[in-house]
Design a protein around this ligand. Structure first.
Ligand code: ADP
Ligand code: MG
Length: 210
């Protein structure tokens, strides 16, 4: 059995981390070997890079610095963790992957898409997820959830306009690649969001055995 690679995307407070729990229960139920992971991070070194990227600091962080750091962590994550797990037949579920760079460093911070295409082609060798679940939620709802959650990072503190660009950016990517993306209405209750996600997983599983 070959593994699968699924990424979860969406703005802060969309419910990605919460969704992982429902996905884990579904994988257990179906006896599917799996790996749950996240970006930036996923290996000890990549988690150190995550700290560098997400911690609040006085110094302004140049967009290109942020891009190269998240890509460095992603290359490490892909080669040391994701690809070996897929090779072992596992389903890999990653809380964020390369679409986050296209959206945060690209669309929201203004780095040209061709630069990110170049890094993707050179360093990820076209390893895109089999399925990307985009948890889409209006910015005000996402932000109020983040406030309830109570742990903020450097990106949570960005302007409303920034978060609006992030939301629109993800939806634009989903439009460009409709077969890879599934857009989940994450403004609904946790139960409804979980049901939408599980419907996608069931489809993916059917596709595998067909
Ligand atoms: N569908 C939902 N409805 C209401 N609250 C939610 C929903 N999904 C998540 N939450 C809550 O919102 C907060 C942010 O969710 P989280 O999963 O951490 O988002 P993300 O990982 O996408 O930033 C958490 O406190 C979580 O319990
Ligand atoms: Mg999260």
């Amino acid at each position: 059995m070959t593994g699968k690679f699924i990424s979860l995307e969406g703005g802060e407070g969309a419910g990605k981390s919460s969704a992982i729990k429902a996905i884990e229960a579904w994988l257990e139920q179906h006896n599917i070997p799996y790996l749950l992971t996240r970006e930036p991070g996923g290996t000890p070194m990549a988690e150190e890079i995550r700290e560098l990227v997400l911690s609040a600091r006085e110094e302004t962080v140049a967009a290109n610095t942020e891009l190269l750091l998240v890509f460095a962590s992603r290359v490490q994550h892909l080669s040391e963790k994701i690809l070996p797990a897929i090779a072992q037949g596992k389903w890999v579920i990653s809380d964020r992957f390369v679409d986050s760079s296209y959206v945060y460093q690209g669309i929201a911070r203004g780095i040209d898409e061709t630069v990110i295409d170049g890094l993707t082609n050179t360093f990820l060798q076209g390893q895109l997820p089999d399925k990307t679940l985009l948890l889409d939620v209006p910015v005000d709802i996402g932000m109020s959830r983040v406030q309830t959650r109570g742990e903020a990072n450097r990106l949570d503190g960005e302007s409303l306009a920034f978060h609006e660009k992030v939301r629109a950016g993800f939806l634009a990517r989903a439009d460009q690649e409709p077969s890879r993306f599934a857009v989940i209405d994450a403004s609904q209750s946790i139960d409804s969001v979980e049901q939408q996600i599980i419907a996608q997983l069931n489809q993916l599983l059917l596709g595998t055995s067909a």
